[in-house]
Design a protein around this ligand. Sequence first.
Ligand code: AMP
Ligand code: MG
Length: 353
Amino acid sequence: MVTEIRTINDESLDLANSLLLKGEVVAFPTETVYGLGAWAMSEEGIAKIYKAKGRPSDNPLIVHVCPGFDLSRIVRKIPESAQKLMDAFWPGPMTLIMPKNKAISDHVTGGLDTVAVRMPVDKSAMALLTRTGLPIVAPSANTSGRPSPTTADHVYEDLKGKIPLILDGGACQYGLESTIVDLTVDPPMVLRPGAITMEMLRKVLPDIVEDPTAAAGKSIPANVKPKAPGMKYRHYAPKGHLIVTDQPAAQIKEWMEADMKERPGENFGLIVSTEMADELKELGLIPNDKITVLILGSRSDKAAIAANLFDRLREADEFRLTWFYGEAFERTGMGEAIMNRFLKASAERRLLN
Ligand code: AMP
Ligand code: MG
């Protein structure tokens, strides 16, 4: 199959519409990451999503809808708490788990009695959803296990030859997947951190709690299962050995110098902030032609770090890094989502805080 990449205009949206109605899949941008979409009522389309991604069938999909969409078509009952969150944060990077109704197939929900729903704010996603008027199921448009795609090129890298169309709307604004909130439990629970942070959610629902299995870096008892089925899988993983650490530049330098003596066959690297790179320069570790330095952005700009994270993890593979250190960030605001993804991508953690 030839995979076309098209900019978004009336013609490409019409093509997307006809493909979706035929039971095909289409990749499209959102403000979080690129999604691989199918019409939520097309069993054929849904099956193609799982196949193209190599996604485990118990990992349910998020249904995307446009403003004005009648939620009673897919949701059995809208909890009051859900309505409050929708009023505050939709359209936007927040997914709500609500009781599903019969129109939503078990293949969308992985057999669960609940359905995940989101109304994206990105103008390209909005254009596709309003033009088609369809509810569109869409997981991230990557091969399962790889970093989520934040550009059309990332989607092409993973899915070329497997899907007919990628709508190209440029780089994603946030670059991390949506915040997921479960409103079928009391108190409401955040299953996956994202750009809508705990602080923001608490202002609307003061009693909201965080699924302890979703919180970054906290120790999780082995018998506790994450509530969002997808969170149990290893994710975002580059091929090499990524060590995420919150230790200072001097410690990273010491480890790296020892590694370079003891592991001469490795391809070394760093995924760090501009500030950390400056400190490592002052200490004399870099520049070094044996160490590839991938910069995430300034520590003071968490939005930039989030937006760059998946791209830098993909670059680590392009540079064939086999042994590299990643800098941990403070878990305030977007930092919680950044660390959730970074730690899931890592092979090893060296964290004191
Ligand atoms: P992705 O679209 O790749 O961001 O993955 C969607 C995420 O939403 C996965 O982690 C799923 O496990 C989660 N999810 C989807 N539907 C539900 C649901 N009904 N209950 C809990 N989690 C869900
Ligand atoms: Mg995903």
